[in-house]
Design a protein around this ligand. Structure first.
Ligand code: AMP
Length: 215
């Protein structure tokens, strides 16, 4: 099962991807997480991605395509793959089609999370993440119980790109480059629109209905 999560930064893709991985065993693949890890480790790839990420622009297609290619090759024995944050533009979507076809796989479902524009910015400004296990928190709706991560007691931090200026750039990039994917996938008939403004559990129940074939 190949599942793609689509929506603006802060729409809840990452939280839902983690829940899908835990419940269904699909391999969670977040290009953003992979790039942040590459930067932390100081790899060549991380060095190439750093400035684009810091300014809220997209990193080069060839970098993220190579990351996804590796994950598809590592899929053996897994029940599925969750793509979180890839593709981000039509060129990447075309590359994804080619990679899947090469491995005789197909995209089964695209979930699009609709969240009102005015809520997105507030969500991103309130977002925090565990620096160790990457668990997501939101200081308004889902804060850590004490100042440390609930899951692993790691330090809870604000992501470097969750600041006003970078958020503005990321939302512009989303509108210009990623939003056209809605049409792209609507035409393919695989798109399911979800109300991403609902509670995490409610959104996940909707997703589960699709993944179990009940919807
Ligand atoms: P995310 O964690 O998905 O919000 O991604 C954080 C940042 O990583 C983005 O603002 C981009 O700079 C970069 N990034 C993540 N995924 C992609 C992608 N598919 N294509 C290009 N850049 C990406």
């Amino acid at each position: 099962m190949i599942v793609l999560l689509l929506g603006a930064p802060g729409c809840g893709k990452g939280s839902q991807a983690k829940k899908i991985e835990a419940a269904f065993g699909y391999l969670h693949t977040s290009t953003g997480d992979m790039l942040r890890e590459a930067i932390r480790k100081g790899t060549e790839l991380g060095k190439r991605a750093k400035s684009a990420m810091e300014s809220g622009q997209l990193v080069a297609d060839e970098i993220v395509v190579s990351l996804i290619e590796e994950r598809i090759e590592a899929l053996e024995g897994r029940s599925g793959l969750i793509l979180d944050g890839f593709p981000r533009n039509v060129a990447q979507a075309d590359e994804l089609n080619k990679m899947l076809a090469k491995h005789t796989l197909k995209l089964d479902k695209v979930f699009y999370f609709e969240v009102p524009q005015e809520k997105i910015k507030a969500r991103l400004l309130a977002r925090r993440v565990c620096s160790v296990c990457q668990k997501d928190f939101n200081m308004l709706t889902n804060p850590p119980k004490n100042s440390k991560c609930d899951a692993c007691s790691g330090e809870v931090i604000t992501r470097a790109d969750d600041n006003e200026e970078t958020i503005t750039n990321r939302l512009e990039v989303y509108e210009k480059s990623t939003q056209p994917l809605l049409d792209y996938y609507e035409k393919s008939g695989s798109l399911a629109r979800l109300d991403g403004d609902k509670e995490i559990e409610v959104v996940f129940q909707q997703i589960s209905l699709y993944l179990t074939g009940e919807k």
